[in-house]
Design a protein around this ligand. Sequence first.
Ligand code: ADP
Length: 577
Amino acid sequence: MKLPIADGAVLRARVGDLLRMHRGSLAKVVGLHTGAAVAGLAGPWLLGRIIDDVSTGTTASALNTMAAALAVAVLLQTVLVRQAQRSSIVLGEQVFAQMREDLIEVVTSLPLSTVERAGTGDLIARTTNDVDRINFTVRFGVPRVLVATASILLTVLAAVLTNWLVALGMFVGLPILLVACRWYLKRAAAGYLRESAAYATINGSLTESVEGARTVDALGLGKRRRDRTDADVREAFEAEKYTLWLRTWLFPGLDAAFILPIIAILAWGAYLASTGQATVGAVTTVLLYAVQVIGPVDELIFWLDEIQVGTARLARIFGVGLVQQDRVATGLKPSAQDIHTRDLEYAYREGQNVLHGIDLDLQPGERLAIVGPSGAGKSTLGRMLAGIHPPSGGKVTVGDVPLVELELEDLRGQVALVTQEHHVFVGTLAQNLRLAKQDATDDELADALRAVDAWGWVVALENGLATEVGSGGVTLSPAQAQQIALARLVLLDPHTLVLDEATSLLDPRAARHLERSLSAVLHGRTVVAIAHRLHTAHDADRVAVVADGRIDEIGPHDDLVAAEGSYAALWHSWQRE
Ligand code: ADP
């Protein structure tokens, strides 16, 4: 499953919203550019006048006045262009900043279940490659398109007003221009979309290979992953080759469309001048306008191309915002801390339940170990208990409120899921910790770090809490990163924790050290531990055996061993090992 892609209507609505939000700056930019374009038209016009006046006879002072007017026009154009460029770049930056903020807002409130299903590769590609690509389009493209459009319209208008007969010559390139652009634009969007999808795929599979490097190594999947990468790169190459091929036809077409009008105006203008239907000055003026219009037309086409690419990217970026929320907060507040599941069912794929009618009552403060064969549904149950996925059937409640009816922030204050995945964000240690509790004081941060036995190494860092970590900063060891994640939990302070293999990937020494940190965090909370080693189960208050998406047995370790059921069998076989 991929994240959605916005369609044309959504795209137009979003872009419309953005432009409306910056209505004032937009009007200013358009006004300044129109002024600059008008000033730019004075040059050819005055030059044509000078030619005509000289050929019909004029005075030196009249010529001087015209030359002075020419200088003033050029000067005025310079000033206006500068102001216009400046305000359009500011506008581009404002619009882009707004889009970035909106995107961050959307991404951080995406339903977790969707992100899990769609994979992180697609989301990463959209928030990095796609944003980079439209960055250029929005910041420079939008202003340039405005300028080019205004210049083209005004220049053509000026040429027609100068002498409409001569100006007809300007349009002979138009059919070629239209055909070339239409041919190109019809194919370009799909081509560029394929290109960005190919890059997203490369991103996704590379990230998977790197994140799962141990698994790839352990299972000898290296060759298969390399082959996969090669295939992905080949697809990206093919996609690039196609769009390049499109451009190799577009550019010669454009050149022809630009040269033809100039030849036509020269020949047609010479004929009109010889028959007295136009002055040499008028022909000169129109000719200069025809040359002058090439720049903006070329620019407009270049940006049409870029804007097509940008539109494809934009559809992917706005698409992220179309993800349906998987829950609706009803504003209910839990009155107690007890968590229950009733008739709990879950299906990753419609009709294929991996959990079947689970009834579980967690007693506040207890430790429950969940054991069972791999694929039995332990992790799925854990994620349901932490409210990550809305159930497909039945419910999970805390203090009688379904978990998925809580605001995400409230939910995290009730129950949190602890996995092996922990991320160190780029920023200071303090910022990393405050993700869990925005308004935490430095003392609270220090207390949280002390609780997980991490204060020692943090104060030993040169800048302490203000140390920059993450890529580009100090690199934390996996154990330290895990401790930071645990300290975040201390700050979040949920009454219930679901642990999924929290320490199994670490080397045993680090794991022992971490276990101490962990047990400090677990102290006084309800804990559901998805146990992959049975000694964790042995220490728990109760053990639940999950098999085929059902709870087979549940009870204290000793009772289950005495009952000689499935748990007893697991336990004895583990002990023999
Ligand atoms: P356990 O933790 O006991 O090993 P899981 O809860 O991970 O079991 O998996 C239970 C079942 O759900 C398995 O059949 C597994 O293949 C399936 N499953 C787990 N995660 C997903 C997913 N993201 N998409 C589809 N099926 C999944």
